[in-house]
Design a protein around this ligand. Structure first.
Ligand SMILES: [Zn+2]
Length: 357
């Protein structure tokens, strides 16, 4: 195999995750790999997944955001993939980097289930009317594909009770539900075909493995680029500022003027009843840029000092112009127009896939 292909697949691999606190969208892997219209190449190509990783990075200004990929086992014997691609798929599946469903399962249905349970957007080639959460649809094709958030039909449903527990799979070698996640990490949502939690890979009834504290993935964006990501849990508030004693330090990324205006402790975030609350604890003030949907123009709402204010899922809190904190899995009001930060396709061979540079 060509060295560049292997390097690009490695870069894609590093961005695959079934942890909802790390992923920024859920995708049907084979649908993405079969998007021939994007480059006019082979019927199926694993490298195409990289186009979706990069498009998601551009949307979120986030060079580290993960992709939650779902496929069915048949993909590992699909001869439209090269033997190396099939081997890579098997590795991703065995390492629990993606979800591999049993033969005959429908990945599209599982993608929508994961999205509905976690609130993650679906990334789709076609609109999904009736889906209860946000959906990215691809726009453009050959010569430059991008994502656009489809007008939402409703708001993200409240977290399902099944997500208030960790789950364990009785199958001996389960890469996703085999052991409890590391401290601070999330866990893939169980499948709920008939209400009871089931391992999406093995079809086995999952075993309750204890309380899972609610958590929401948050990011700090500076000039449109994500500088740091942190989970906000119900267990403990997080202070974001120039140099808080205990919290998220952003001083390193601020220019001189911003450093003078952003306080050591600027805002305090809490997660209460599934709602993010923000309190201005700064000297120079903070504001919420409130939006009702991805497409809505932001409305600036000043915060009263030391008074907690609820944030909607599309809202960002502004510490200083172009210094914001918001949900990691929701695109900001100003989607960066530049290239994908930390592109996974930087090493991709342009001839093999005939991708435009
Ligand atoms: Zn399992």
């Amino acid at each position: 195999m060509r060295f560049e292909t292997s390097r690009a697949l490695d870069a894609i691999e590093r961005r695959l995750s079934v942890d909802p606190l790390v992923a920024g969208g859920v995708i049907d892997l084979v649908e993405a790999a079969r998007s021939v219209d994007l480059d006019g190449g082979r019927p199926a190509a694993l490298l195409r997944l990289g186009l979706f990783v990069d498009a998601l990075s551009r949307q979120l200004g986030d060079g580290g955001v993960g992709l939650y990929a779902v496929a069915e086992r048949g993909a590992m014997s699909d001869t439209d993939f090269t033997s190396n691609e099939r081997m890579v798929l098997r590795r991703w599946s065995d390492d629990g980097l993606m979800e591999m469903l049993p033969p005959g399962a429908r990945p599209g249905g599982r993608v929508r289930e994961v999205a509905a349970l976690t609130g993650l957007p679906v990334i789709s080639r076609v609109p999904l009317p009736g889906h209860p959460g946000p959906v990215y649809v691809t726009v453009g094709a050959r010569g430059g594909m991008d994502l656009t958030m489809a007008p939402s039909t409703g708001s993200t449903p409240r977290p399902h009770p099944v997500l208030s527990r960790f789950w364990r799979c009785p199958a001996g070698d389960c890469p996703v539900f085999g052991r409890p996640p590391a401290a601070g990490a999330g866990q893939a949502p169980p499948a709920l075909p008939s209400g009871a939690p089931i391992c999406p890979r093995h079809g086995e009834r999952l075993i309750d493995a204890g309380v899972r504290p609610p958590a929401v993935p948050m990011v700090v964006r500076i000039n449109g680029t994500v500088r740091t990501r942190f989970p906000l849990t119900a267990a403990r508030p997080v202070v974001v500022g120039r140099a808080p004693e205990d919290g998220i330090t952003i001083g390193n990324w601020l220019d001189d003027e911003a450093s003078r205006r952003v306080s050591r402790n600027h805002v305090r975030l809490e997660l209460r009843d599934g709602m993010v609350l923000v309190t201005d604890v700064s000297t120079n003030g903070a504001a919420v840029l409130a939006r009702t949907s991805a497409a809505a123009a932001p409305r600036e709402v000043a915060l009263n000092r030391h008074e907690a204010q609820a944030m909607g899922e599309w809202d960002e809190v502004e510490l200083y112009p172009e210094v914001t904190v918001g949900r990691a899995d929701r695109p900001p009001a100003d989607v960066a127009k530049g290239g994908a930060p930390n592109s996974v396709m930087a090493d991709a061979p342009t001839i093999a896939l005939r991708l435009p540079k």
